[in-house]
Design a protein around this ligand. Structure first.
Ligand code: PLP
Length: 476
């Protein structure tokens, strides 16, 4: 027994400095590691003490397990050969922001529980409105709308669905009659959110040849449901679907939503980062007809998970739907009406100081730096797409509006799967095998990892070229 089991601050300082070095070394050498963990089920657990620790251990012994046990169980998302899923980027300013947020250890549920946590968050959300050219009315400082950081795009979408349901139920509609619409290519979080929010019905409507929501299919579904006595309530459209980065027609869907009194939610979880660059913004034309919008800085904006941005056009509806005031949260600042209390903007009460890392990223890169790297990623992706398109062994299966390249082997599904497996078996690059709605196999290559450079995309191409078999030359 001792009087205190806390780590002395001098020791914290020593380990902290060493761990910053450890992270910097990790990032500097991650490209030399096999990208995917080869751990077998149970391996990591078996490497750690089976019973909970009763006695304190020297922290050096705890840290030794980082290299010995943890790293072998890590798949390296920060590897520059990471082309799988979508990126989950980190960056030095973001990591430092996480460190400070952990050090401050505040709960920003009310403005008064740490005014800086709220005010930095409101400010960066307003900055993003400007940086991404979102409707000015979504700014919290001047508009009726406002933005909040959530843990994930799924949370943002679930929140939008809860608010839309609440609006309908308060207007007297039976919840079992409410219908949510999205395309078959929308993220599964729409369906899950509809379940969480207890919607009676979900309709996944058809897509066009580019795999974007077909507005005629949406119109037909809405008309049919109305004729059947149901109540169309929400439509979720996507800018950059998970499968192939298809882009739903935001304006057309928005007009249809308005005509039927539906809530229109836009999911730009991945592609939102591209909106820093003016040349992509026509892809989100029609946002003035949108009720809510989400995008993930924790995907392509160099900001560690978790950090999902969520805006509503009318914050009153959001706050009305989610405010419950127990006596222990009564607060003079809140009563003054002059402050934002973010606890009323999402499901949890407690909240991390997520905005700090986002502010560090935005100030450290500047909009100019973000635009530069986003454009570089898109340029590299399109370069790879050009090489694939020019080679008779491959076929692109979707356009490349952002950083995702989707292709297949012309010899068919087995050859496509073998190719994807060969890339992943290399240990140097990692891609995602997937299937189109018609069942055709394809390979997803997502160019957007923080540290990816042209030489990594070139290396991937050489591996694809060497693994595909056959001749590059078109048959005569
Ligand atoms: N929406 C889209 C379009 C996505 O691609 C993804 C994840 O890839 C999500 C939502 C879910 O994101 P999150 O993990 O932040 O919930």
């Amino acid at each position: 027994m001792t009087d205190s089991y806390h780590m002395p601050l001098a020791e914290f300082r020593r380990h902290g400095h060493a761990l910053v070095d450890w992270v910097a070394d990790y990032l500097a050498t991650v490209d030399q590691r096999d990208i995917a963990s080869t751990a077998t089920p149970g391996q990591v657990r078996a490497g750690l003490p089976a019973r909970p620790p009763e006695k304190p251990e020297p922290f050096d012994a705890v840290l030794a397990d980082l290299d010995r046990v943890i790293l072998p169980g890590i798949t390296h998302w920060q590897h520059p050969g990471w082309f799988a899923y979508f990126p989950a980027n980190s960056s030095p300013p973001s990591i430092l922001g996480e460190l400070v947020a952990a050090g401050l250890g505040v709960q920003g549920m009310l403005w008064s529980t740490s005014p800086a946590a709220t005010e930095v968050e409101s400010l960066v959300m307003d900055w993003l409105v400007e940086l991404m050219d979102l409707p000015a009315s979504w700014r919290i400082d001047t508009g009726p709308g406002g933005g909040v950081l959530q843990m994930s795009a799924s949370d943002s979408t679930h929140t939008a669905l809860v608010v839309a349901r609440e609006r309908a139920v308060r207007a007297g509609v039976d919840v079992t009659k409410l219908v949510v619409y999205a395309s078959t290519q929308a993220h599964s979080s729409v369906e899950k959110g509809a379940r969480v929010a207890a919607f009676g019905h979900v309709r996944l409507v058809g897509v066009d040849e580019q795999l974007a929501l077909d507005p005629d299919a949406l119109r037909d579904a809405v008309d049919q449901d109305t004729a059947d006595g149901l109540m169309p309530c929400v439509v979720a459209s996507v800018i950059g679907t998970t499968g192939t980065t298809a882009i739903d027609p935001i304006r057309t869907v928005g007009e249809l939503a308005r005509a039927h009194g539906m809530w229109h939610h836009v999911d730009a979880a991945y592609a939102g980062a591209a909106m820093f660059c003016p040349e992509f913004r026509h892809l989100q034309d029609g946002l003035e007809l949108v009720d809510s919008y989400t995008f993930n800085p924790h995907k392509w904006l160099f900001t560690n998970f978790d950090c999902s941005a969520f805006w509503v056009a009318d914050r009153g509806e959001l706050i009305d739907a989610l405010s419950i005031l127990p006596p222990y949260l009564h607060d003079a600042a809140s009563d003054s009406g002059q402050v934002v209390d973010y606890r009323n903007w999402h499901v949890p009460l407690g909240r991390r100081f997520r905005a700090l890392k986002l502010m560090f990223v935005l100030r450290s890169y500047g909009a100019e730096g973000i635009r530069h790297h986003v454009r570089e990623h898109v340029r590299m992706a399109r370069g790879l797409a050009d090489r694939l398109a020019a080679d008779p062994r491959f076929k692109l299966v979707a356009p490349v509006p952002f950083g995702l390249v989707c292709f297949r082997h012309v010899r068919g599904d087995d050859a496509t799967r073998v190719l994807g497996s060969a890339v992943n078996a290399s240990g140097r690059y990692y891609v995602t095998p997937s299937v189109l709605p018609d069942g055709t196999a394809f390979v997803r290559v997502s160019v957007g990892q923080t540290w990816t450079e042209q030489r990594h995309v070139d290396g991937l191409w050489e591996l694809i070229d060497a693994s595909a078999g056959g001749s590059k030359r078109a048959p005569r």
